[in-house]
Design a protein around this ligand. Sequence first.
Ligand code: XMP
Ligand code: MG
Length: 184
Amino acid sequence: MGSAQPNDIDHILLSEEEIAAKLDELAAKIDADYADKDLLLVGVLKGAVMVMADLSRKLQHTKVAMDWMAVSSYGSGTKSSGVVRILKDLDADLSGRHVLIVEDIIDSGLTLSWLMSNLRSRGCASLEVAAMLRKPEAAKVKVDVKYIGFDIPNEFVVGYGLDYDERYRSLPYVGTLAPHVYEN
Ligand code: XMP
Ligand code: MG
């Protein structure tokens, strides 16, 4: 089961089954909302890889294209500053496209609000966001997220794409990290 030692994870917050069931729900909504449209999914590397792979395969009716972006937010330690640098830009031209940003987690929401105004300026026909996880801080920033998987407590989580020092992304569930992992 992925790359974690059995005692690295303090507790499992969302099981593989809970995640799959939630993605079924989100996919059904997205299918209904984009029934007569072509959709461009924009994944934010690297964390959104798992959500993108699973969510996109659950879309039954929507014609889907995928593209990827990598961004890095300047900031000290784990806090993001809202100043974002593009490490890898999209290949696609967004003009006239229906775009859905696919995110792993929204914490302060600063990265996402920067990303939304950046993509909006490229002339898309519509722009929405699907995020697997949202932390309480995100409520303070006005980012309009149309599709939300789970609101989670303000704890550091790993798995299902999310890493600590590039580890644990491959875990099939979302869990909290045991303190001994980051304390040494
Ligand atoms: P903001 O604060 O701009 O940043 O919404 C979102 C980004 O912060 C990272 N992040 C986490 N990564 N476990 C992680 O592995 C977490 O609990 C966590 N909280 C925030 C993540 O890169 C996300 O894209
Ligand atoms: Mg991310």
